[in-house]
Design a protein around this ligand. Structure first.
Ligand SMILES: [Zn+2]
Length: 140
């Protein structure tokens, strides 16, 4: 899963599915990749509960999660709830991972969505960031 072509491919699949490149989409892709690394992938039996503001650009995050984790609106195994920041509960293989996007990162990306150039630059920065800079993660 760590090879270059997989990384390149998932980035492009995400961008095409979502229809544009933005930092919240990329945060969702990164979060999904981390969740799979930690507790695995099972798109038919896993479930996501996502707490986040029910508006763009926050909701763009959800498309990144769907593309990577495979919990989708079509399969009715992703549930959206209102929240202040971005918090994800991922249940897979009898484990639950709880992922939170760090507050300073949310501030950073919100600042970048004011212009298209900034958005693309920020998206690339997020994509090449270490996950530990972006998220707090707990397995229960
Ligand atoms: Zn978007």
């Amino acid at each position: 899963m760590k090879n270059k072509s997989y990384e390149h491919n998932i980035f492009n699949v995400g961008k095409n599915f979502h229809g544009h490149l933005g930092p919240f989409l990329v945060l969702g892709l990164k979060a999904g990749k981390l969740l799979l690394e930690k507790i695995g992938k099972n798109p038919l039996t896993s479930v996501i509960v996502a707490e986040l503001p029910q508006k763009r650009p926050f909701s763009c995050f959800i498309d990144g999660i769907q593309v990577t984790v495979g919990c989708t609106l079509g399969k009715l195994n992703i549930f959206l709830h209102s929240g202040k920041g971005i918090k994800i509960y991922y249940k897979c293989n009898n484990k639950i991972a709880i992922l939170v996007v760090k507050e300073n990162i949310l501030k950073e990306v919100l600042h970048s969505v004011k212009s298209k150039e900034e958005m693309v630059k920020e998206s690339e920065k997020i994509w090449s960031s270490d996950s530990s800079r972006l998220f707090d993660l707990r397995i229960v």
